[in-house]
Ligand binder design. Structure first.
Ligand code: SDX
Length: 427
């Protein structure tokens, strides 16, 4: 394969190096394009544009492959736990028993959140969406942890990572407890990371907390499946905010806001609301399919389609199976699961979806499991953020350690040409 790409324009030829990744992806390195030709590229939504080289997660959208640091998502979802996967994504290797124990002990040591933070969360009305609360609280943490990370110091980077891995679950739990009118309590450092998260979320003040292994394992797997996904919208947000050398917590707060959108992480809440609307409407999936295909209707089949996957999202496959298992283990009959399976069947046979290669994505089944675990629908995207935390941290760390330049795209200007100032009486 040639190691150069040639662009011919306006009677001139321009040569650009070609880069090849470890999975044989090929990219044209256009770093010199504007300097040599005066031209730029144009690619709204960056559908064809690589923002960086990264060694964290590999996706193959055509084959439905997802790997974290080379490990298949199917193996990690079945054989690892969330804290192990977090360590893998952030530091690049699966931890041995001693490393994992130290990581968890260091996290426990940082699992307090300043009591003053309660004044901030109590300033929100109960009606506030948990994602807005979580983004604000994450940014507010900066006030109590003001030292920005000296990225040249491995120790400083590690302690910032441990701090946010420790405090974020508390903020997630407090965000839910605030909505449910429950006291803002801490967890239990004698428990596992995900067990502790669940206890913080669900502990009732006047009842003994009973840990259910099926629930914890389901939650742990959900968090693993959401832990990273290469350059998705919210991760790209974390990277570009971090590229200005804004701190880790500030970058994460921005990523939470990007994830909130219904086209991204907010889709898991939108899927449940859509499925409930279909059920309420008598289960007429065809009516909603028609709306999804109607170009004059902004309605989209939430939980379907993906920028990268043009085949089944491997996470959706795992979650579809998990939904059956968890509901079965918990003895829950949820007609919404039947509506989801019915909708999936109709969509996968419909030419509009087949032609556009629209398959169920990670958000299509996740909400059904969250609901079975007793998590309120407005908290679904917060759970996505909890899962994505290690992925965001890993990408922020990689971007800073690689010394990436500040992100500042170009544009093609389509506004007014130069014109004289118009005095008020001439407007
Ligand atoms: C996540 O990027 C990631 O990795 C994200 C994520 C992660 O882990 O971080 O995987 C998590 O965000 C999953 C996606 C969750 N969002 C949804 O489920 C919302 C519904 N899906 C879409 O809005 C859409 O599919 C996107 C946003 C996910 C992808 O949009 P693209 O890549 O910009 O595709 P497009 O809008 O250009 O669509 C191509 C065609 C269009 O029709 P035509 O113009 O060709 O006629 O497909 C149609 C679209 O109208 N289309 C849909 C559709 N998704 C795409 N039509 C109906 N329903 C849909 N869901």
């Amino acid at each position: 394969m040639s190691d150069k790409a040639i662009l011919e324009f306006g009677g001139s030829k321009y040569e650009f190096p070609v880069v090849q990744g470890t999975e044989n992806e090929v990219g044209i390195d256009i770093k010199t394009l504007r300097g040599s030709s005066g031209m730029i590229t144009l690619d709204p939504g960056y559908k064809n544009t690589g923002s960086c080289e990264s060694g964290i997660t590999f996706l193959n959208g055509e084959k439905g492959i997802l790997r974290y640091r080379g490990y298949a998502i199917e193996d990690l979802a079945e054989k690892a736990d969330f804290l192990e996967v977090a360590f893998l994504l952030i530091f690049g290797e699966l931890p041995n028993q001693e490393q994992l124990h130290k990581f968890h002990e260091d996290i426990k040591h940082e699992s307090h959140v300043d009591e003053e933070m309660k004044k901030i969360i109590n300033g929100f009305p109960k009606s506030a969406h948990p994602m807005g609360v979580l983004s604000s609280l994450t940014s507010a943490l900066i006030a109590f942890n003001p030292t920005s990370v000296d990225v040249a110091s491995e120790e400083a980077m590690y302690s910032a990572i441990v701090r946010i891995m420790a405090k974020f679950p508390v903020l997630v739990a407090w965000t839910m407890r605030k909505k449910m009118g429950l006291p803002l309590e801490y967890g239990d450092d004698t428990m596992g990371y995900v067990e502790n998260l669940h206890k913080m979320m669900f502990k009732r003040p006047n009842k003994e907390y009973k840990m259910n292994r099926v629930v914890i394992d389901a939650l742990d797997q959900l968090l693993i499946l959401h832990a990273d996904h290469e350059q998705n919208c919210s991760t790209s947000t974390v990277r570009i905010v971090g590229s200005s050398h804004a701190g880790l917590f500030a970058s994460l707060s921005a990523g939470i806001s990007a994830l909130w959108g219904p086209l991204h992480g907010g889709a898991n809440q939108a899927v449940l609301e859509m499925l409930e609307a279909i059920a309420a409407d008598g289960g007429d999936t065809n009516k909603f399919m028609a709306k999804a295909k109607d170009k004059n209707d902004s309605f989209r089949l939430m939980g379907f389609g993906h920028r990268v996957y043009k085949n089944f999202d491997p996470r959706a496959k795992i979650l579809k199976k998990a939904a059956d298992e968890v509901l079965g283990d918990l003895g829950i009959e949820d007609h919404i699961l039947d509506v989801a399976k019915g909708l999936e069947k109709v969509a996968l046979e419909d030419q509009y979806f087949v032609k556009r290669k629209l398959y169920p994505n990670v958000d299509f089944y996740s909400g059904i499991i969250y609901r079975a675990l007793g998590i309120p629908v407005e908290m679904f995207t917060v759970m996505f953020a909890m899962g994505r935390l290690p992925g965001w941290i890993a990408h922020w760390r990689e971007m800073r350690l690689r010394g990436e330049p500040i992100g500042r795209p170009r544009q093609i200007y389509i506004g007014e040409n130069s014109r004289p100032f118009a005095a008020m009486n001439n407007r």
